[in-house]
Ligand binder design. Sequence first.
Ligand code: HEC
Length: 224
Amino acid sequence: MKKTTLAICMALVLSACSKDESQTEASTASATKETEAKTVESAMPPAATKPHAAASASDKEALIAEAKGAVMALGGSLKKELQGAMMSGGPVAALDVCVEKAPAITKQISEEKNLEIGRVSLKNRNSGNAANEWQTAVLNDFETRKAGGEDAGKLAYAETVDIDGKKEFRFMKAIPTGNLCLTCHGDIVPENVVAKLKEHYPEDKATGFKEGDLRGAFYVVKPL
Ligand code: HEC
């Protein structure tokens, strides 16, 4: 592997030199260094060189970027479905979309991205979205950070943990309550929506939120 990379570097260096004969020796030398560094980087992606290594700073950055991408994909499609349904059929129709589609979209993105993803809350509507122990701790921490003045939309958490010798990467991103959310999560929920909510979620805890409150968070778990 090393020999091949070196050979590719040399070939590139040589072709670069032969193409640009007008350069002075000094600038050619620095250009050579740059070419070499770039080639080594692109020839050896971190995943190929150390698949199971402990998370270094750059591994962690890559995992965070991957988790953020998955969260954006999930958040984006949920919002699109919700807004579309609210506009075309109003809250009761939108409720049907949330009931049916939210779990289906979540499952689909989890499979597509090959990681565990979902939404949790301290005051959950769907009993399947109750926060577990570590998620509860993070959600409580988000509340403290928000009370301390941090922007709710930017609250995030990332950690690699070792559980009985098995490493996993954990990520969470806060979900603030927007104005659009109040119809189904606010203080005053329309009668017909309340009736439907009771039917589907007899133990619903997800009302009484105000704009800006933390509604919950996305989470991502990836075994390493
Ligand atoms: C039309 C009604 C409706 C609207 C509007 C709505 N939701 Fe929900 N929300 C639901 C339903 C139904 C569920 C349960 C769906 C499921 O099984 O994941 C839910 C679940 C959630 C959950 C998962 C945790 C839990 O309580 O089960 C979060 C987080 C959430 N909603 C945030 C929001 C945010 C943020 C907005 C505004 C952008 C919003 N919702 C707007 C109906 C709604």
